[in-house]
Design a protein around this ligand. Structure first.
Ligand code: AQP
Length: 324
């Protein structure tokens, strides 16, 4: 199966990015044809600092290598280094209905979050995402819950293109984890944990004292029972999900273990679990921090490999659209 997924260099990766997406990429690369991208062009749609963008890309690359993305097993590259993404985006814009774009939940949320910067890129974001995916004849897109709507739109765009210009693109399927597709914010469990809201996050490489601070102050409720009840107890349910995913223990077993105990006891155990589980990632990241030459080589090779596939698709697309 052909797999594509991406992540924006908008900040450090948090446990939501990991549990919802990257953890599954690491597994998939063992058996499938995987392409993973740092989608820097997407990140320009929200306020950013050009002077530190390359540093953020480098940090995100290191983060991926530290958690197990293997550039020998998957194609791993930076989106802007393969120009075909922007060319295909423009061409797909001509078959994508504007109405569909303005209905996207992410667009509505980002326009509320960044009232002073409602740029056209924010609206067209899903078309570039469709180009990222369709360029590689992707069949499966492993993502978190928040991206599901964009994949639906990618499918619509691909079908429209195929109908108008002839069979060109595979129709990709989203792949969401059964548990962990939407890790909630630690400071507000009714909202998604999000890189651009650092106070909502537990970052993957946070040091033990930070893990302690974040988890011990995570919002729960006034009731004291450790019970999974997403509707009435979203805070403790989110923490139980995180506990389950890092310990592999069924949620019911965890509930039983903490019967009669308080939130404080549960949170202390969760701090210990997270500190230990994330330790190998922190160590690997530190090893990679001073190896910029190696990282750039990995990214150059990744872009070369991605270009070969992307150029072949664009030849076909240009022909079908009457451009050559
Ligand atoms: N809270 C989450 N729970 C589960 N999965 C999540 N993802 C993001 N947040 C959660 C998944 O991580 C992948 C990469 O995310 P992204 O950076 O491309 O997109 P995003 O959804 O914009 O991520 P953030 O963290 O919310 O970043 P900002 O704040 O920049 O918007 C995607 O597969 C996503 O589903």
């Amino acid at each position: 199966m052909k797999i594509f997924s991406g992540i924006q260099p908008t900040g450090e990766i948090h446990i939501g990015n990991y549990l919802g997406a990257i953890k599954h990429w690491v597994k998939l690369q063992e058996t499938q044809e995987c392409i993973f991208s740092i989608v820097d062009l997407h990140s320009l749609t929200t306020p950013y600092n050009p002077e530190i963008l390359q540093k953020k890309i480098l940090e995100l690359t290191i983060a991926h290598l530290a958690v197990g993305i293997n550039p020998e097993k998957s194609i791993f590259f930076v989106q802007s280094r393969v120009k075909e993404h922007t060319e295909l985006c423009w061409l797909l814009n001509t078959v994508c209905p504007v109405g569909d774009l303005s209905r996207m939940t992410q667009y509505k949320e980002k326009t509320k979050q960044f009232k002073k910067n409602i740029n056209a890129g924010l609206l067209n974001y899903p078309v570039l995402q469709a180009a990222d995916i369709l360029l590689y004849k992707t069949e499966i897109v492993p993502i978190g819950e928040d991206q599901k709507q964009h994949i639906e739109l990618t499918r619509t765009i691909a079908k429209k293109f195929n109908t108008k210009f002839g069979e060109t693109f595979k129709i990709p399927e989203p792949q969401l984890p059964k548990i962990g597709a939407k890790i909630m914010a630690l400071n507000d469990p009714t909202k998604k944990m999000s890189k651009s809201m650092p106070e909502s996050c537990l970052f993957l490489f946070d040091e033990p004292d930070k893990i302690k601070k974040r988890i011990m102050s995570a919002i729960t409720d006034t009731d004291k029972t450790i019970k999974y009840d997403i509707k009435n107890k979203p805070g403790i349910s989110n923490l139980l999900t995180i506990y389950h995913l890092f310990s592999n223990k069924p949620i019911q077993e965890i509930e039983k273990e903490f019967e009669g105990k308080g939130y404080g006891d549960f949170k202390k155990e969760l701090v210990e679990l997270l500190t230990e589980s994330l330790k190998p990632f922190r160590e690997k990241r530190k090893e990679l921090l001073n190896q910029e030459a190696l990282i750039q080589k990995i990214l150059n090779n990744g872009a070369k490999k991605a270009k070969i596939v992307a150029q072949a698709t664009m030849e076909d697309v240009r022909k079908k659209m009457g451009l050559i």
